[in-house]
Write a protein that binds this ligand. Structure first.
Ligand code: ADP
Ligand code: PAZ
Length: 320
């Protein structure tokens, strides 16, 4: 059922852009223009207005959720008369999901910067699930190179173990690292996550429920570890455009390096490169969106719906 047709039945509260922007109230803008410029990275389009009107209200909302969860955790520790770990704190985990090229990395990086500047300066870490992809050698052996990003291309057990260790308060916990430049997992590189107050976990697959276990043993979902989740949404034709646009930009930059996995694409004519990007989109990323990513949208606590210029036009917040 399309929730838009019957808002009364929707499990979400719907906000237009202006209504959402007002929820910022008097939250001060903690980022200076230079810091925003640094965040943009590849992305020279992210505007100060977008950060102020969309991401600051979200940061304000999250500060309420995190504060309430921490209070509950302390109350529970007191009730049980013990602390589940020596510092009596449990990392608050935020999942960020959505299609390839919808802007997950950008959103996650903006949130990381905003959250870290709350008055109590929490420690915020960011992990992307591409590090948990199976290495190319394994994907090739199993005939899965055309399925990169599909559920079967990830080492789900490793991701679940990582999240279990984080929630158990172990320190430091290591996450594997993926390189878009080499198009592969980096065997000798890891990201260390050392008892953050908040961990952002970003990836296509973070709201997926996985396949039912064959041996009857229940395994948790990745999202069981989340305290809050965000799904970033946009129409298919818009996503295709962003994917091709990013590919064409990379062709002018990273692909020019002979060590880059996609170096061969830098030698194609503009038209051939565009066709290559469209072909990858239609062979891999669009079917993955339809089969595995979009069906998870309704599991998110918050949905950010973007228009063609990356501006968020509607926000849906799950009713409590
Ligand atoms: N809020 C935004 N404003 C403007 N451009 C954006 C925004 N978010 C993402 N983009 C652009 O869209 C493309 C995909 O973004 P990215 O964050 O790399 O997506 P993902 O991590 O979902 O694959 C990039 O070219 C990026 O510059
Ligand atoms: C690495 C990705 C699967 C994204 O992974 P994520 O960080 O969302 O877990 C994706 O960017 C990708 O490479 N897809 C395969 C097709 C392509 O080259 O675009």
């Amino acid at each position: 059922m399309d929730q838009r047709l019957d808002p009364g039945l929707s499990p979400y509260r719907h906000f237009g852009r202006q209504a959402w922007a007002q929820l910022r109230e008097d939250t001060p803008m903690p980022l200076r223009q230079e810091e925003i410029a640094r965040l943009q990275g590849l992305n020279d389009l992210l505007s100060l207005r977008e950060v102020e009107e969309i991401y600051l209200p979200l940061s304000r909302l999250l500060s309420l959720y995190v504060g309430a969860t921490q209070k509950l955790f302390r109350a529970m520790s007191h009730f049980l008369d013990h602390h589940s770990n020596d510092e009596g704190k449990m990392p608050y985990i935020i999942g960020v999901a959505g299609s390839v090229a919808v802007g997950k990395s950008t959103t996650a990086r903006v949130l990381e910067a905003l959250l870290a500047r709350w008055p109590n300066t929490p420690k915020v870490s960011l992990v992307t699930t591409d590090g948990f992809l199976l290495p190319n050698a394994v994907l090739e052996r199993e005939g899965l190179m055309e399925k990169k990003g599909f559920p079967e291309s990830y080492d789900l057990s490793l991701l679940l173990r990582f999240l279990t260790d984080i929630k158990a308060g172990r320190r430091p916990v290591k996450a594997p690292l993926y390189s878009h430049f080499f198009y592969d997992v980096m065997p000798d590189q890891v990201v260390e996550v050392d008892r953050p107050d908040i961990l952002i976990v970003e990836g296509l697959n973070v709201l997926q429920t996985g396949r039912p276990p064959r041996d009857g043993k229940a395994i948790p979902f990745v999202s069981d570890f989340f305290d809050f989740s965000v799904y970033i949404d946009a129409e298919e034709d818009v996503l295709e455009h962003w994917y091709v646009q990013r590919f064409m930009r990379l062709r002018e930059t990273a692909f020019k390096d002979p060590l880059s996995y996609f170096h061969r694409y830098s030698k194609l004519s503009e038209e051939e490169a565009r066709e290559t990007a469209l072909s990858i989109w239609h062979r891999i990323n669009l079917p993955n969106l339809r089969e595995n990513i979009l069906p998870t949208r309704q599991r998110a606590d918050l949905i950010l719906r973007k228009s063609g210029d990356h501006e968020v036009e509607e926000v849906q917040l799950r009713k409590l």
